[in-house]
Design a protein around this ligand. Structure first.
Ligand SMILES: Cc1cc2nc3c(=O)[nH]c(=O)nc-3n(C[C@H](O)[C@H](O)[C@H](O)COP(=O)(O)OP(=O)(O)OC[C@H]3O[C@@H](n4cnc5c(N)ncnc54)[C@H](O)[C@@H]3O)c2cc1C
Length: 313
């Protein structure tokens, strides 16, 4: 068995989704759409567009989602949305706008405190108080898919994992249909978390968030802020390659592919990849794991149809 590549028989029913963020400049926008185009060869089940901290990217998020759906044809685009910095009426207007573009899938979040990560969260006056409140409001809109966040290593504001799982339960009870996890690098953490989630009676899909490491220092900083850990073994594998971009890229590809392959062998079928709006590393990871590209899928379908036709003849 190889550590980074699945055998064809192991690849059945694997599904990918990709996360993007709203670009700040025209140049970044062009890069985002090119990335989405490049990665579309892996036929993602859906893609998502984040909503800036404090609602800071409201207009850019709306424009990006609209263009992804209407101009680029990515009908399966999900819109992230937070409760931060806006009264209910404003959030409801944003929901209306997303729905008018054809959005049928939301990623509903509380969001970080307006004072930044680490400060105390206070609901906006007249706003949605919590992520579960926002989920309920979206559920009242009818037939939409609602994904939410979950935290295998617990959210930094949670006293413990049980408090985190209680919050997840409240979101599911309010109508959430899927959880996308914060990134993590130790699959044992994920498996332990999943067992506790299932024991709590939560049965929605918990989709692991995978972050291929483009920039180790940046990931370590971000992990520190959001309560995720970067195992020493990963730091050791990447830190000495700081000045060797080709080797670093290769090692980062192997690390993410190993993580996905191991999860797939533990029974995971869905993977949410944090793309950072760049395609080369994500493409290399997906290819190394053995995710089928659209042309290969068409080829396998063709072979299967021929086999069925042959059997019927
Ligand atoms: C998949 C994913 C996508 C994300 N997308 C975005 C995005 O698009 N935009 C953005 O700004 N951020 C995003 N975030 C980050 C997220 O907004 C922050 O982690 C935020 O701090 C929590 O929001 P939440 O919906 O995850 O919180 P919740 O799930 O509501 O809460 C997380 C945990 O914090 C604790 N908690 C919640 N509220 C309180 C409280 N009032 N007092 C004490 N403890 C509390 C609970 O124990 C809970 O388990 C994303 C995170 C993930 C994992």
């Amino acid at each position: 068995m190889t550590a980074q590549t699945l055998y064809p028989a192991e690849r059945g029913n694997l599904r990918l989704s990709f996360e993007y963020f709203p670009p700040k400049t025209d140049e970044m926008e062009a890069q985002l759409f090119q990335t989405a185009e490049d990665l579309s060869v892996f036929c993602p089940a859906f893609v998502t567009v984040t909503y800036g901290a404090g609602g800071s990217t409201k207009t850019r998020s709306l424009t990006t989602v609209k263009r992804m759906i209407e101009e680029k044809g990515f009908a399966n685009t999900a819109a992230h949305l937070t409760c931060v910095g806006a009264p209910k009426s404003e959030v409801d207007t944003v929901i209306d706008e997303f729905l008018s573009f054809g959005v049928r899938h939301f990623v509903a979040l509380r969001g970080d405190p307006q004072g930044g990560i680490g400060s105390t969260y206070a609901p906006f006056p007249g706003g949605y108080e919590s992520s579960s409140d926002l989920v309920r409001a979206l559920r009242d809109r009818g037939d939409v898919e609602i994904s939410v966040s979950s935290y295998p290593e617990k959210h930094p504001e949670s006293p413990d994992v049980d408090a985190d799982i209680d919050m997840l339960k409240r979101k599911v009870d309010a109508g959430a249909t899927r959880a996308l996890t914060q990134f993590f690098f130790d699959n044992d953490d994920f498996e332990r978390y999943l067992e506790r989630v299932r024991r709590a009676g939560i049965d929605i899909p918990i989709v692991p968030g995978i972050l291929p490491i483009n920039n180790l220092a940046q990931v370590q900083k971000f992990a520190g802020l959001c309560g995720a850990s970067v195992p020493e073994v990963i730091v050791t594998r990447l830190a000495h390659l700081e000045d060797q971009p080709t080797e670093r890229f290769k090692e980062a590809t192997h690390i993410a592919a190993e993580q996905i392959v191991d999860l797939a062998r533990r029974g995971v079928r869905d993977f949410h990849l944090y793309t950072m709006n760049r395609s080369p590393l994500i493409t290399a990871v997906c290819d190394l794991v053995g995710f089928e590209r659209a042309d290969e899928m068409a080829q396998s379908e063709h072979v299967a149809l021929k086999a069925v036709a042959g059997a019927a003849a």
